[in-house]
Design a protein around this ligand. Structure first.
Ligand code: NDP
Length: 497
């Protein structure tokens, strides 16, 4: 099949307006938030900023719809059919969804079309397929009794998603929650809500009962917090910064001791040992790992830890790969490189680089912004050497295309440098020695370890989530479906029957 024309004019894309509550768009009567195009900083439109009353209405509607529709008590296969139709509709609207994803975000339209949209459809399809595949063991009880686990949906789940991959994050949160039989009220980032609103509309077309999937727009500190606190939100699933994750966990504890799934920040190492089979391939993994989406990915491989003997050739190969990178508006299909999401994010990246340089770090490649992109913040891929564990860019998540470089001389030293005092989201290990790879895998505290690759595959059965301050619980995989249900222990005595 040939690739359709993906280039578009951002001003020509009709933007879904309002909140999506009870199966239709609801205008926001409250204040509005301006949305800008990250590629050039031009205002694009606005979204309503939901107050606590609007959140209350969305959650109450969701609870009523959940009860009235019997979404949670239907045979799982029926829910699976709706979700599978939803996934098919997402595929069928791939071009317009890619454009809506791109219009206010950092996602280049070609990548949104080739990856984000099909990945979103596949994630929903994956959880549809899993919906009726769960079964438990009978417990090893006394002979005159029967013990087992009965799993049931929570009710209404609150989901809060970030701006870096709006469609995928929506599917990671909603796929398992809806397949498990919950209703969902989702707050997308106010910077990138449009593709999520369109997904909600397509869910209705797929046959989802109105009110089972709802989207409220607004700021995190108000709308997001009101959602977390709402007494009828039984569980919260969030992806974003560790700071906000802590706030959500605190709110969830104080307002109902609610379970949370938190996918938070990272400072993931790319550990390159002395012997790798293909140095070009390794360099490619490193380059993609920290420049993809302008470095704005939770699993960005932002710390290169490389054996002294290969450091020179690897850095040469890396710089050859970085040299052709050029900025461009994300609505051009030729664009591969992403801008930073906002001025605030640009300032954060620059201030972390400046603080690192003040601490002794040296910019050995890149630095600063590409010129001629108006108010679009296209940061140059940047390599920082002479860094230590104290350097701000080593300690903190930068969320920009910045890679710190540290060298080592033996396996223990490399693994020790790969460890991070705070984060444990992902790690890349590159070596042709499988024993060395497995030793490193065992010793690195990270929720995901990629060996001789960097980044997720389409294998959605593999869950993702962080250790320590990188989060709690898992997205994707069987684990995400199980975490969308509460599990009741049942014990029956035969004697009394
Ligand atoms: P946040 O974690 O603050 O935002 C993520 C989502 O949470 C947004 O929808 C946000 O809404 C919402 N939110 C914010 N505060 C609250 C709250 N108190 N209660 C409920 N929801 C809330 O990330 P930022 O956009 O502020 O980015 C800052 C940094 O976070 C980045 O530099 C990066 O380091 C990290 N980050 C990590 C991500 C990841 O994938 N792990 C994704 C995004 C950011 P709103 O946008 O309105 O504030």
């Amino acid at each position: 099949m040939s690739t359709p024309t993906l280039d578009f004019e951002p001003g020509d894309v009709p933007l879904p307006q309002g909140h999506f509550i009870g199966g239709s768009f609801v205008p926001g009567g409250e204040t509005h938030i301006d949305v800008r195009r990250p590629s050039d900083g031009v205002p694009l439109g606005y979204v309503p900023d939901a107050c606590a009353d609007t959140v209350d209405r969305a959650v109450s509607d969701a609870l009523s719809a959940w009860k009235a529709s019997g979404w949670g008590t239907r045979p799982p296969r029926e829910r699976a059919r709706v979700l599978a139709r939803w996934a098919d509709l997402i595929d069928a609207h791939a071009v317009s969804l890619a454009q809506l994803e791109t219009v206010s975000s950092t996602r280049p339209v070609a990548e949104a079309y080739a990856s984000d949209v099909p990945f979103t459809a596949d994630a929903i399809r994956f959880f549809a397929e899993l919906a009726d595949k769960l079964g438990g063991d009978l417990a090893a009880t006394r002979q005159d009794s029967l013990g087992f686990i009965s799993s049931e949906p929570y009710g209404v789940v609150g989901a809060i998603t970030p701006w870096n991959f709006p469609l995928s994050m929506c599917s990671w949160k909603c796929g398992p929650a809806l397949a498990a039989g919950n209703a969902v009220v989702l707050k997308p980032s106010e910077m990138t809500p449009f593709s999520t609103l369109r997904l909600a509309e397509l869910a209705i077309e797929a046959g989802m009962p109105p009110g089972v999937f709802n989207v409220v727009n607004g700021r995190g500190a108000t709308t997001g917090a009101a959602l977390t606190r709402h007494p009828d939100i039984a569980k919260v699933s969030f992806t974003g910064s560790t700071r906000t994750g802590v706030a959500i966990m605190t709110e969830a504890a104080q307002h109902g001791v609610k379970p949370v799934t938190l996918e938070l920040g990272g400072k993931s190492p790319q550990l390159v040992f002395e012997h790798v089979t293909n140095l070009e391939h390794t360099a490619h993994c490193i380059a993609r790992g920290f420049t993809s989406n302008g470095g704005q990915a939770c699993v960005a491989g932002s710390r290169l830890i490389v054996h002294k003997r290969v450091a020179g050739p690897l850095l040469d190969a890396l710089q050859r790969l970085l040299a052709p990178i050029a900025p461009g508006p994300v609505w051009r299909s030729s664009t591969r490189y992403s801008p930073l999401i906002s001025r605030m994010q640009a300032e954060r990246v620059e201030s972390l680089i400046a603080a690192s340089v003040a601490d002794g770090a040296e910019v050995i490649y890149g630095g600063g912004f590409f010129e001629g992109t108006g108010d679009g913040y296209f940061h140059r891929p940047t390599l920082l050497a002479n860094v230590t564990g104290r350097t701000p860019a080593v300690r903190e998540e930068v969320f920009g295309p910045v890679l710190t470089v540290q060298t080592f001389e033996d396996e223990d030293e490399g693994i020790a440098l790969a460890a991070h005092p705070t984060y444990g989201l992902a790690a890349g290990v590159h070596t042709s020695d499988i024993g060395q790879a497995l030793r490193a895998m065992r010793r690195i505290a990270a929720g995901t370890v990629w060996i001789n690759r960097y980044g997720r595959s389409g294998d959605l059965i593999i869950p993702t989530g962080g250790f320590r301050q990188s989060g709690i619980g898992k997205d994707l995989g069987r684990e995400a479906l199980l975490a969308s249900m509460r599990h009741k222990s049942v014990l029956i005595d035969f004697e009394a029957l």
